[in-house]
Design a protein around this ligand. Sequence first.
Ligand code: ADP
Ligand code: MG
Length: 238
Amino acid sequence: EQDVADYRRTLAIRVSGFDVPKPIKLFEDCGFAAPLMSAIAKQGYEKPTPIQCQALPIVLSGRDIIGIAKTGSGKTAAFVLPMIVHIMDQPELGKEEGPIGVICAPTRELAHQIYLEAKKFSKPYNIKVSAVYGGASKHEQFKELKAGCEIVVATPGRLIDLLKMKALKMLRATYLVIDEADRMFDLGFEPQVRSIVGQIRPDRQTLLFSATMPYKVERLAREILTDPIRVTVGEVGM
Ligand code: ADP
Ligand code: MG
């Protein structure tokens, strides 16, 4: 226990919540299958970043998480890698029922970056990733979603439009990520985020990541997460 506390201190990690899993030291500690380990190596990721060290075992254990760490700290892989494991754990993949993993990001640039990262780690598997955001053809995105996918990366407004158009169902969505939650609020997307959350089954696993944790984000997290573990890396602003 003292070792764990010391290790967390070394990484500037603080945690709260019950039964918090121990932080890992190496990607090997995650029990990832060989294809995923190769994809990680191919990315040139030698060892997990501090947020990854603590978030990966939490998310892999199925718990909800509030992850707070500054930009550039590797939050994307912290939710994409366990998402691949979660999807591969499903008994069967029926694309008609809609995505299993749903990732919401506040801007199209961020959604696109996440899409690229998710694609890299999906490549060894038969996992289809779709990205939907404004500024690109809604008709094309409609067709793509109709064809089915396991992961959708979306900006909130466009995802709601496509849900209204019945481009996708949320029946099997069980892994929801709200990325850059603070910017979601800055851009006025709180109602859209709440609407999306309301369309996903309550027994989902929910992950919320943010660079800062203002009160409004904290309040949203309390409402949409179940028994979350909160992980903070470094000094974080409100
Ligand atoms: P954040 O979402 O926290 O801003 P990103 O997930 O975008 O950060 O990661 C920032 C950069 O770090 C990206 O270029 C990413 O490829 C890289 N990166 C992520 N994890 C690792 C790792 N374990 N080792 C080396 N580089 C990493
Ligand atoms: Mg990010």
